[in-house]
Design a protein around this ligand. Sequence first.
Ligand code: NAP
Length: 216
Amino acid sequence: MPEKVLILGGTGDARALAAELHDAGTDVTSSLAGRVADPNLPPGRTRIGGFGGPDGLARYLTEHRIDRVIDATHPFATRISENAISACAAARVPLQRLERPGFDAHPDDTWVDTLAEAAAHCRGRVLLTTGRQGIAAFRDTDAWLLIRCITAPDGPLPRHRALLLQRGPFTLEHERALLRHHRIDMLITKDSGGPAPKLDAARERGLPIVMVRRPA
Ligand code: NAP
């Protein structure tokens, strides 16, 4: 019987891992939260939607006889990672964490702990790539925000803004053109890690970068 692995996914790294394990003959199921209407589905089995908290996840592990869980969720998705720790302990299933390294701290960047702190730095025309959650933190700024995310955010949006619904990865050329076309003055993003040509393009133009730190 091949090992049964549950990957908690929603990231490019999770998709790549699912492909690798699937090719190696592992019985792999990827779990997605269901936030995106047309997700990039990884090879192998997929299931979509929450488990119903740590108890629901523990039940799922037992009922599906999962041998191992790999938490490959985004570094800012803290609730599911905490749930995985409790559920795996309760169901006595080994848990591994796959987390991509964060960005290197650059001396010119401003690092902040929260989106609210980032919002206080907004000046001029801002490219905001912190994702669809938490945009309400920017609702009182007078700056103009170009909000780039995969699906439209819910809740209150800043007064002066444009929404750009796009899914990466993006090339350096694309990012350069975006900054030029929208006459961007500042980049606000978060420490997701991985390749980020937006940072290179912003540095080339000498733009200030505000980086939201990962949650502990
Ligand atoms: P979160 O706040 O940590 O989780 C909220 C709830 O969503 C969890 O309690 C769980 O519901 C459900 N959930 C989250 N990830 C799940 C998964 N992979 N499979 C099944 N249920 C999941 O998560 P989030 O920040 O909303 O992120 C949701 C998903 O988007 C994650 O898979 C993450 O990898 C991906 N993502 C997040 C970000 C980000 O910046 N937060 C960026 C890129 C991708 P139940 O309690 O009902 O099980």
